[in-house]
Design a protein around this ligand. Structure first.
Ligand code: ZN
Length: 308
């Protein structure tokens, strides 16, 4: 009651915001209000909703695809943008979380389940900088999806650069994102060109590996990169072609987050991977069962909330 006595108007505003958001979501889900009206409602009230952690990493539930939002003290990073058709979910999600611009967008690799909605998201949110992996000309996809993505960037004069290992992005409050990979892969498997990055905030850290498979994981270990982390973005949607035991041992995460669709055609996450997670006592969350997975960090400990 002390807090209420000290700042009753703040508490009332927060309660009001929660009620409006809840009612708005219910009306939206039942098709009673339009997408645009719902977005306006959210953007109007979200200023009243306080963030609970200094840094947040959101594994957005985009079915059998991937989209990760990093909300650092001063900057916002988006890693991948789901599949074709995910743009509405991602746009709503970002706006609900108070994101109006993206400082850095990383396209881990040019597959549809990672860049499917990238062009649409870039058209809706100002983006300061984009990173893509450098892939030899002969393996570059000629899909219209990838070409449209590059065209959108060029039309909007958004600077694009190839990922550069060791490059560091300061995200404010001491949060740092470092590019670690790909580390020397030169074959024809696009998954293995995935940009790998590590976010460090105080004593906590997050490793993002895209769809890098075992060969790329081992190359990364050979490069001497420090892959130890508190939270691991499970490789390739929890596939057994990634997440090899040697890599998991080196990463030694407390938590893993798996982006996968319910009952997906690939059987992701594979039971062998879940079994290794259990053997290593890695607590894992999966978007097909848990919905959006949100990790919060105060620099010392990591909290997890899920929403299904
Ligand atoms: Zn993928």
């Amino acid at each position: 009651m002390k807090a209420f006595n000290k700042n009753p108007s703040g508490l009332i505003a927060a309660l009001f915001a929660i009620i409006v958001v809840f009612l708005g979501a219910t009306l939206y889900e039942h098709g009673i209000i339009s997408d645009d009206f719902y977005l306006k409602l959210l953007t109007t009230v979200q200023g009243n909703v306080a963030e609970s952690s200094e840094l947040e990493v959101h594994f957005i539930d985009v079915d059998q695809a991937e989209c990760i939002l990093i909300k650092a003290p001063e900057k916002t990073v988006l890693i991948d943008a789901g599949n074709i058709g995910c743009e509405r979910k991602i746009e709503n999600y970002l706006r609900t979380k108070g994101v109006f611009s993206i400082d850095l967008f990383i396209a881990t690799h040019p597959h549809a389940d990672h860049i499917g909605s990238a062009s649409d998201i870039i058209k809706k949110f100002p983006v300061s900088e984009v990173i893509i992996p450098e892939i030899p000309e002969e393996f570059l996809p000629t899909t219209s999806l990838f070409e449209d993505f590059l065209k959108t960037l060029s039309k909007r004069n958004i600077p694009v650069s190839y990922s550069e290992n060791g490059k560091v992005f300061e995200l404010g409050g001491g949060a740092v994102l470092e590019i670690l990979g790909p580390a020397g892969y030169s074959g024809d498997n696009l998954n293995n060109y995935s940009v790998i990055s590590k976010l460090t905030f105080g004593e906590t850290s997050f490793l993002f590996t895209g769809d890098a498979e075992e060969e790329a994981e081992l190359l990364l270990l050979d490069s001497g990169a420090d892959v130890s982390c508190t939270v691991l973005n499970a490789g390739h949607h929890g596939s057994s072609t990634s997440n090899c035991a040697l890599f998991l041992k080196a990463a030694s995460p407390e938590y893993a987050a798996i982006s996968c669709g319910y009952n997906n055609d690939y059987g992701h996450p594979h039971k062998e991977v879940i079994s290794v997670f259990n053997d290593f006592e890695i607590k894992y969350y999966r978007t097909d069962y848990d919905g959006d997975i949100v990790f919060g960090s105060d620099g010392k400990t990591v909290t997890v909330t899920t929403r299904k």
